[in-house]
Design a binder for this molecule. Structure first.
Ligand SMILES: Cc1cc2nc3c(=O)[nH]c(=O)nc-3n(C[C@H](O)[C@H](O)[C@H](O)COP(=O)(O)O)c2cc1C
Length: 352
C-alpha cells in the first residue's frame, strides 16, 4: 500500500483550543468601513509582489471578507504605465477589493484614486507603512509618518476625489523614539479616513520581534473609526484576543497565511481546516497556479509560484533534490506534475 505524505502539526498546536459553548464566533460577524459592509472580520492585507488578483481570489475562496491589492504607484497610474494599470484590474475580483496606492502628492494620489475607483475598487487604501528606501526617499510609505500633515493632505484630496471609503495603512512610526501613532491617526481620521490598518512595528524595526498589539489597543481607544490590526496574527485564538481584548474591528493576516490559505477559514470559523495530506495541498497549489498563469502568464507565473513552494511544503519532509527540481521547473504544469509525484511517493516519511 502506498504511504501518503503527511505533515506534522506539532509546532502549531498552541492556539487551537477554541472555547466551546460560545454562542457566536466574533470573527464571523460583519463590520463596516464607511458605507461598505464587510461580511466578516478576516482581511487579507496589501502585499507587494504577492496580492495580485489570483492571490486575492484564493484568499476569498478561503473566507476573507476583504482582500487588498499589492501597493500600486500613484505616479505609475497617472503616467499610464502598463504594468501598473494591470494592477488596478478588479475584473476578476468577485468580492470586496481595496486597492492600495502609494505616493505623497495629493493631486497625483487623487487622480490615481479616481482611476482606481473607475476600475471597480470598493475601497482605497493609502500606504503609510512601507519601510523600503526606494519608496521612503520619495516621501511616500512610512516617510509620510514624519509629518502627519502631509498624510492628512493626501487623505483629504482622495476623499474629495472619490465616493468610496479611503483608509490608511500605517506602521507605529519611523522609530520607537519618534513614534506618535495616536496623533497621526487622529489627524488622518479628521481628514476623512474611514478606517486605519495598523501594524504596530515602527519602520526601523522592519519585521523584527513580535508585533506588540498593546500599541494597537491605544490606537483603538483614540479613534472612532474601525482599526484593522496587522502583525503576527497566526491562530484563531490570537485573532480572538485581538478583537476581544485589543478591541480591533478586524484582523489582517499576511505572512502566517503564506502557503497556508486555510488559516483564513480557521480564523473565520475558529476550527482547524489545514489539510495534513500533501495531495490536498497540491490540489490547492494547482488551483491557485492556474489563476496565477491567467494573471501573469507562464514565465512570470512560474517565477511567482517559486516563492510559494517552500511555504506550502513547510512541515513536509521533502528531500532536497526534489525541492531543487521544483524550483527550476520550466512550466507550472511541470511543477504540478512533480508535486503530484511527491504526494504519492512511497519512500517519503512524515516530518517529525
Ligand atoms: C512580502 C510582503 C509585502 C508587503 N507589502 C505591503 C504593501 O504593499 N503595502 C503595505 O501596506 N504593507 C505591506 N506589507 C506589510 C503587511 O501588509 C503586514 O502589515 C505585515 O506583513 C505584518 O503582518 P503579518 O505578520 O500578518 O505578515 C508587506 C509585507 C510582506 C511580508
Amino acid at each position: 500500500m502506498r504511504k501518503r505524505m503527511n505533515r506534522s502539526f506539532a509546532s502549531r498546536l498552541d492556539g487551537w483550543d477554541v472555547p466551546h459553548g460560545r454562542s457566536s464566533w466574533p470573527l464571523a460577524q460583519p463590520f463596516a468601513i464607511g458605507d461598505v459592509t464587510i461580511p466578516n472580520r478576516v482581511v487579507q492585507p496589501p502585499l507587494a509582489g504577492i496580492a495580485n488578483w489570483a492571490f486575492r481570489a484564493q484568499s476569498r475562496r478561503h473566507g476573507v471578507g476583504l482582500a487588498v491589492s499589492e501597493m500600486v504607484s500613484s505616479h505609475g497610474v497617472v503616467h499610464d504605465n502598463q504594468r501598473t494599470n494591470h494592477m488596478l484590474d478588479t475584473g476578476h475580483d468577485d468580492g470586496l477589493v481595496s486597492i492600495q496606492l502609494f505616493g505623497a502628492h495629493p493631486h497625483v494620489m487623487a487622480d490615481a484614486a479616481r482611476r482606481a475607483a473607475d476600475q471597480g475598487a470598493d475601497i482605497l487604501d493609502i500606504n503609510m507603512g512601507c519601510p523600503v528606501k526606494k519608496v521612503c526617499k520619495t516621501g511616500a510609505g512610512a516617510a509620510m509618518l514624519t509629518d502627519p500633515e502631509v498624510g492628512a493632505r493626501v487623505v483629504a484630496a482622495m476623499v474629495a476625489a472619490v465616493d468610496i471609503p479611503v483608509t490608511v495603512k500605517m506602521r507605529r512610526g519611523l522609530t520607537p523614539a519618534t513614534s506618535d501613532p495616536v496623533t497621526a491617526a487622529r489627524r488622518f481620521v479628521d481628514a476623512g479616513a474611514a478606517a486605519i490598518f495598523f501594524h504596530p512595528r515602527t519602520a526601523s524595526e522592519e519585521y523584527t520581534g513580535r508585533a506588540d498589539h498593546s500599541h494597537t489597543a491605544e490606537l483603538v481607544a483614540a479613534v472612532d473609526v474601525p482599526v484593522i490590526a496587522s502583525g503576527d496574527i497566526d491562530t484563531p485564538l490570537e485573532a480572538l484576543r485581538i478583537v476581544e481584548e485589543v478591541g480591533a474591528s478586524a484582523v489582517a493576516i499576511g505572512r502566517p497565511a503564506f502557503g497556508n490559505p486555510w488559516l483564513f477559514a480557521e480564523v473565520l470559523h475558529g476550527d482547524r481546516r489545514a489539510p495534513s495530506e500533501l495531495s490536498d495541498v497540491v490540489d490547492e497549489i494547482a488551483r491557485f497556479g492556474a489563476d496565477v498563469r491567467d494573471a501573469l502568464g507562464e514565465t512570470r507565473g512560474c517565477a511567482y509560484m517559486r516563492k510559494f513552494y517552500p511555504w506550502y511544503l513547510a512541515g513536509f519532509d521533502v528531500p532536497g533534490a526534489e525541492r531543487d527540481e521544483l524550483m527550476i521547473a520550466p512550466t507550472l504544469d511541470h511543477a504540478i506534475a512533480l508535486l503530484r509525484q511527491l504526494a504519492t511517493q512511497d519512500a517519503l516519511q512524515p516530518a517529525s
